[in-house]
Design a protein around this ligand. Sequence first.
Ligand SMILES: [Zn+2]
Ligand SMILES: [Zn+2]
Ligand SMILES: [Zn+2]
Ligand SMILES: [Zn+2]
Length: 151
Amino acid sequence: MNRHEGVSCDSCLKNNFRGRRYKCLICIDYDLCAACYETGATTNQHTTEHPMQCILSRSDFDLYYGGEALALEQPQAYTCPFCNRMGFTDTALMEHVTAEHADTTLAVVCPVCASLPGGEPNFVTDDFAGHLTLEHRTGPRDLISFLISFS
Ligand SMILES: [Zn+2]
Ligand SMILES: [Zn+2]
Ligand SMILES: [Zn+2]
Ligand SMILES: [Zn+2]
C-alpha cells in the first residue's frame, strides 16, 4: 500500500510523490513534498511557523530503516501541533499535551490520526488532549481495530 496515493503536494502540485510527506497540523488538508517543505513553501494561510507532521510511506520506512524493526504499525515520530516540538511517541505526545496544553482550545489536525494507515487524515479537534486520551490511549493497534469495527 502506498500511503501517498491520492495525495498531491499543495505547493508544486506534484501527484503521488515519493518520499517524505509533510502535513500541516493547523491548515486543513495541506500537504507538502519534502522539497517544498525544505524550501519553506507558504500560502496566504500557511506559514513556516505552522507545526508539520512528517509522514513516511511504508516503502520509505523500509528504505530508511533497511527493513529492520518490521513491526506491524508504522513507527512514527509525532509533532506537537501546539508548540512544534518533534519526535514524540504517541504515549509521550499524550503526556506532553496533557501536561503542557490541556487548556489550549486551538483547533488542530491530529498528527496520530493523520499518520495511521486507515486513519482519518484530516481529523480536526479543539480538544486535542481529550481526543488523545479517548482515541489513542490504547495504542495504534487497538485504534485500528476500533476503526475497523465501526466502518
Ligand atoms: Zn512540492
Ligand atoms: Zn499551515
Ligand atoms: Zn507542545
Ligand atoms: Zn487522533
